[in-house]
Design a protein around this ligand. Sequence first.
Ligand SMILES: *Cc1c(COP(=O)(O)O)cnc(C)c1O
Length: 458
Amino acid sequence: MEIRKVLLTEDEMPRQWYNILADIKMNPPLGPDGKVISPDALSPVFPMNLIEQEVSSERWIDIPEEVLGVLNIWRPSPLVRALSLEKALGTPARIYFKNESLSPPGSHKPNTAVPQAYYNKVFGIRRLTTETGAGQWGSALAFACSQFGLECKVYMVRISFDQKPYRKSLMSVWGAKCVASPSMETRAGRDILEKTPDSPGSLGIAISEAIEEAVGDTTGQTRYALGSVLNHVMLHQTIIGLEAKKQMEKIGEYPDIVIGCAGGGSNFAGLAFPFVHDKINGKQLEIYPVEPTACPTLTRAPFAYDHGDCAGYTPLLAMHSLGHTFVPAPIHAGGLRYHGMAPTVSQLAAEGLIEAKAVSQLAAYQAGVLMARTEGIVPAPETNHALACVVDEAKKAKEEGKEKVILFNFSGHGMIDLVAYDKYFAGQLQDYVLSKEEECKFEECLKAYPKPQLLKSR
Ligand SMILES: *Cc1c(COP(=O)(O)O)cnc(C)c1O
């Protein structure tokens, strides 16, 4: 019998996160005046201990005991060899994945929700606000807040709020309050509803609402939490890649190709950054973030300065961006419908350390169904995008007759996204490709802002 799972004991769980800021150069965030902002300027939005992490250039940062004591509800996560998928593809490639679907909310997101709730708690914060697309982040933060006794308020993108009721239910189970965005509860929401009463919402709009509410609490006891994009989020997710490295070492393997789907970039970064560290230090490997053709941030959008939200409340971040006013086509991978991309991931793409791929919605579901019918587990729609790329690479390895080692991130399960699979089988899903016309719109949206420098880390 061939080995299928590589497990770590709780003792072997990494005790530190890897901070990529120690190894790359970055364009700093800018304020509305175009000047570099001081970290203090973020203090109405985030607690100071997280802001310190956001700007830290320490390579290794200790994971607090209290955080490890919640992460070990489901961590270390298994490294699984996709033997049946390999067989179905007839590939000589060996395919491995980190199964991040085993957390209580079913995705990688609690890897950062837990430390974020913890750092807010020890800073004296009592309430967190956030946005959510398909609901994975909202439910992850609801879970984390329940572990540390914090209140939680979630602005959920309207279209998902209506289409995906079960993650709302999950949030209620963990004691959080969830409202549809745009809402009448904030000025940002009311402005949008006045112009577009039937707005389907977007992550950018929901972020504006959540920030507005956090900053508007005059008692100072509310802060905002973001589930992706920012440096400290990428940092917390690196536990995935650090575990994966240990697990591969145990069986004498090392990946030739590392793959993760990319919405804001966090599950990709979590798996990939520890391997990017190796690549910077001379290892040969390919690293692919995979995005939908409907929201092709890394593959089609410029590396530019832009806001993280729709109303322009956030500082300007140097990132690949489709423009903060961009509202992506209603694909079912809600977690990948974001106009921007983590500045760290964007920087790595800009300097060629990673190479982005885009896949269409139908190719993604086809790969996801193959995964479910071979390995048994049903992937989240987002994860299907990584899988489409895995399938492509495994087929390439077959054509070339090469025993490639492919490692990908199984970012979450699709048990609450089954309606999307029904629609796929009924032929109701379609491919979306960004038009040239839409491309002009984002050029227009971004032209007022300064341009980032092309920095090289090597
Ligand atoms: C949110 C989510 C994503 C996309 O977000 P990233 O920050 O890019 O990782 C991918 N997969 C799943 C299952 C998600 O919940």
